[in-house]
Design a binder for this molecule. Structure first.
Ligand SMILES: NC(=O)c1ccc[n+]([C@@H]2O[C@H](COP(=O)([O-])OP(=O)(O)OC[C@H]3O[C@@H](n4cnc5c(N)ncnc54)[C@H](OP(=O)(O)O)[C@@H]3O)[C@@H](O)[C@H]2O)c1
Length: 314
């Protein structure tokens, strides 16, 4: 929050514990007063998964309007083309939007995507996300949220790594829901299945994965995580209908949820702390209780699991 005055910093602190206000539209409205205009991204190439809907679509729009070329990674051609055509009405934007089809929960698909992405890449945004109502597996034994949020992004980063420099960045889109979940052994699935819990566990794993990348690859791209707050999107409407009905007046619009993604793509490189978690353009604590730490043996197990499960696709 560069250039933010002391009263605005105090306000941000006071707002923190008032989760519905902080995560909702009011929090963004208040903090926005301290936001700087974003730098242009002309000539940059940004790859974003889950780009046809909600936060991913809004981020695509914001980043393309800063001048970047955006590769929209989507799993359904019809939805992808409808999204791109919707954005292309503005002259000049169409030429900056490309579509790549990939289901990021399928590791073979991710490997094929990485092979097709030939141009230099400046930013990779792992935004695709799911909150399943019932258990389903992306591959034998690999549950969908672990596949979509953790294994797929890890494989994409491993495969693109030779073409990412220390000046590039990768962003994992996590969720504030991870504050309610500890780091667990990799691929742990709640029994009986609980999609909200599985979602939160894997969103916690994403935050730790960003830290692990930064620790294991200190000369590599800047890898960070973020959470977008509470945003009125299809995912919330369909997977959390009661939450949506209850919080609707407070929810941010998709552009509000995407603001920090555009900032993470455009902010000065030095502003990004390796492995940091961001919300509303500020680095945040990864646990509600600041003294809490993820267990070292579980962090090590997550890194080992991610490497092992993706190894056959390298
Ligand atoms: N909305 C919120 O309040 C909120 C809060 C915290 C975090 N988030 C996170 O924000 C991200 C975007 O969610 P959203 O709220 O914008 O929901 P959304 O509108 O449902 O968007 C999710 C996007 O991910 C895509 N996707 C899902 N699984 C995929 C897969 N296997 N391969 C490729 N694409 C896939 C979807 O594609 P289809 O259209 O083909 O399904 C869609 O484009 C997610 O990671 C979510 O966890 C959202």
């Amino acid at each position: 929050m560069s250039g933010v005055s002391l009263p605005e910093r105090v306000l941000d602190r006071l707002l923190g514990p008032l989760v519905p206000l902080s995560f909702g539209a009011p929090g963004l409205r208040l903090r926005r007063r301290g936001f700087d205009e974003l730098a242009r991204l002309d000539g940059r190439h940004v790859v974003i998964t889950g780009a046809n809907s909600g936060i991913g679509l809004a981020a695509t729009l914001a980043i393309a309007d800063l001048g970047a070329r955006v590769t929209m990674v989507c799993r359904d051609r019809g939805r992808a083309e409808a999204a791109r055509d919707g954005l292309s009405a503005v002259p000049g934007r169409a030429g900056r939007l490309a579509i790549e089809l990939c289901d990021v929960s399928r590791l073979g698909d991710v490997a094929r995507l990485a092979a097709r992405l030939r141009d230099p890449i400046d930013v990779v945004i792992h935004n695709a996300g799911v909150l399943p109502l019932e258990r389903s597996d992306a591959a034998a034994g690999l549950e969908l949220t672990w596949a979509t949020h953790v294994a797929g992004p890890h494989l994409l980063m491993r495969l693109l790594r030779p073409r990412l420099s220390a000046a590039s960045r990768c962003v994992l889109v996590s969720s504030g829901g991870m504050y309610l979940a500890p780091l667990v052994a990799p691929a742990t699935v709640p029994e009986p299945y609980d999609g909200v819990r599985a979602y939160a566990l894997t969103k916690r794993a994403q935050v730790v994965l960003a830290e692990l990348w930064s620790e294991h690859d200190p000369n590599g791209p800047r890898v960070v995580s973020m959470h977008p707050g509470w945003v009125d999107t299809a995912a919330v409407r369909t997977s959390l209908p009661r939450f949506h009905a209850l919080t609707r007046p407070l929810l941010r619009d998709a552009a509000g949820g995407a603001d920090t993604l555009a900032w993470l793509a455009a902010c000065p490189h030095e502003a990004l702390h390796p492995g940091g978690l961001y919300f509303d353009r500020v680095r945040r604590a990864t646990h509600l209780a600041p003294w809490r730490r993820d267990r070292p043996e579980l962090r090590a197990a997550l890194w080992q699991w991610c490497n092992a499960i993706t190894a056959p696709y390298l």
